[in-house]
Design a protein around this ligand. Sequence first.
Ligand code: GDP
Ligand code: ZN
Length: 305
Amino acid sequence: QAKSSKSIPAKGRSTPPRMIGSTAQRAEKIEKRDSSENPLPTRLSVGDYVKIRRLDDATGLIEEILPRQSELSRQDAGSNARKVIKQTLLANLDQVVMVFATAQPDPHFGLLDRYLAICESAQLSTLICINKADLPHDERVEDEAAIYSNIGYRIIWTSTQLNQGIDELRESLKNHTTLFTGPSGVGKSSLVNAIEPGMAIQTGLVSDSTGKGRHTTRGSQLYPLSGGGWLADSAGIRALAAWDIAPEELAACFVEFRPHLGKCFYSDCAHLDEEGCAIIKAVDEQLIDPRRHRSYVRIYEGEER
Ligand code: GDP
Ligand code: ZN
């Protein structure tokens, strides 16, 4: 007998059984989407929102998996090499925080470009966090960062030493399912711990156990934040890093290229160094930063197997 029908998130194995205020709202928002554009998933994944029927004995029955807003998956060639199995590692991730440091280590903006493109392709919103704002650093860091705020990305400058920007960062995690990524040593674990003490260990974000090189087949897990929202673990980071962008889709993943697309002389222009390329023209006219275009070329050439 059905007692009530309510939406709760499917939990990772070790996620404490707990509900947060945002969950019902999020599920509602997702439910309202046109399911023809986003077919219902058939297999449950971590991060899924489901409809359950509460049973009398305090258990429940999953009746429906709600449409996913985003999906990080892994493609495995099964034992039959012709059959590729897609396994969703994490559903409904909606935000990626990309962490860099002002110094020690110096920021690697080429890596940022790659991750921004991945997030655009995966339809995840992004937040750039530049940590170690307390350290003396090259003034070019501010100039380079301005490139990103000019094209619409939000940047939060933080320091775990001075407790700077931490409240702002914590606030922006509220009611989102977020993944932290960035090079090692930039302060990801320190930031996550400043936001939620003890969380860095749970999510595998502590520097010496990011699992790099370790072969692991388990899916990602989500951990609840006390302010509402969830944090994805390092398995989610690996899934994101492995994201593939088709070469012909890459240009649209550079947000400031978009207004110029479709205007090149050749309709199949790859925007590398072609005659009559509208992207290269925009670079020449200083409408597009040349460093961003160089990142595009580098990623394109790497992606084109
Ligand atoms: P992760 O590898 O990205 O998780 O980085 P960690 O959180 O382990 O931090 C790497 C080092 O940077 C540690 O020695 C931290 O104490 C230090 N660190 C973290 N945040 C800051 C900060 O805001 N300012 C300074 N000066 N050092 C920091
Ligand atoms: Zn072009």
